[in-house]
Design a protein around this ligand. Structure first.
Ligand code: 0GY
Length: 308
């Protein structure tokens, strides 16, 4: 039995796409992939027992190779639930990045101030609160609010991941957070519903009424019902997601981020070509100035303010 045998990946899980195409869209110099992960290697960084899935390995070296291939300059590495509150694999990647990666951690109430300072030193600038039931067990909101108060003092932000149907129930908690709040994947709208229907209007109201709320306009491959283009040359990849992402980019141009979500955990039907995901960007940020804010100015302001 090998050291990694207890970490057989979840049945049905697709491996990440090994030969991504070169994007046709050239990202601006200094672009940041603001949502991606590293997994393992499990022999060194084991997955936590409470995880809901076991991923395939996705190393820091593979992430940095993808960054260069796609034309990006920097990464924001987000702690994934399979590593729980053990941030070691993410921190290891930050430390190997030569300052080109920042991180978003998961911490529990018992994290010490010294541990938070060490995470900051490594490049962590936020914590993630996950409300997706298939990914995590419930954490009491008072514990999360206490963590938010502590990381606020370090100048960090809170990343929230939830499904659109749960926004009404989570509204009071989200709007009480003292930090900048970054929403993963546009709050996972149901894109088969109208872009001006009540569900997405509530998300727009959330961002409009709360200038501390940002959104990642990421993960068309997760949200799309129409799916990827049949052919690489198709002009409108993930076309049903475009109106949703475009509306957010155009309404809140200074509060949007974009990321690949590599290595795309939990995808079972279709694994995106990351080059094609980059080609999605000009469909949602059509003007050069919007692309620059989305890919460079906004992430730099949030993650590398000392350089922006
Ligand atoms: C994502 C999305 C997912 C997984 C995680 O931390 C995670 O395990 O975020 C998902 O399954 O939707 O952003 O990577």
């Amino acid at each position: 039995m090998t050291a990694t045998a207890p970490f057989q990946k979840t049945p049905g899980w697709l491996d990440w796409y090994a030969g991504p195409s070169k994007p046709r869209f050239k990202v601006p110099p200094g672009a940041v992939d603001a949502h991606c992960h590293v997994f393992g290697p499990p022999a060194k960084f084991p997955y936590v027992p409470e995880r809901k899935y076991t991923p395939c390995e996705a190393s820091k070296a593979q992430l940095f190779t993808l960054r260069d291939h796609l034309g990006f300059s920097r990464n924001v590495i987000v702690q994934a639930t399979c590593h729980g509150a053990d941030n070691a694999a993410m921190v290891d990647a930050l430390e190997a990045s030569d300052g080109k990666a920042r991180g978003v951690a998961t911490v529990r109430r018992d994290v010490t101030d010294a541990e938070l300072r060490a995470l900051h030193e490594a490049g962590v600038r936020g914590v993630r609160f996950n409300f997706i039931r298939r990914l995590v067990d419930f954490t009491p909101k008072d514990e999360l609010m206490e963590i938010a108060g502590r990381v606020h003092k370090l100048g960090w932000h809170v990343v929230i991941y939830f499904e659109a149907v749960d926004l009404p129930e989570l509204w009071d908690f989200f709007t009480a957070l003292p930090t900048t709040v970054v929403v993963d994947h546009m709050g996972r709208p149901d894109v088969s519903k109208p872009v001006d229907g009540p569900e997405f209007e509530l998300f727009i109201k959330f961002m409009t009424g709360h200038p501390n709320v940002w959104s990642k306009v990421s993960c068309p491959e997760r949200l799309s019902v129409s799916g990827p283009p049949a052919l690489k040359g198709e002009q409108r990849p993930y076309r049903d997601v475009v109106p949703f992402a475009r509306r957010i980019v155009e309404t809140f141009p200074d509060r949007v981020l974009w990321g690949t979500d590599w290595p795309h955990p939990n995808l079972k039907d279709h694994m995106p070509d990351d080059g094609l995901l980059v080609d999605f960007i000009p469909h949602i940020a059509t003007a050069t100035a919007l692309q620059h804010r989305l890919l460079v100015e906004n992430p730099m302001r949030l993650y590398w303010p000392e350089l922006s």
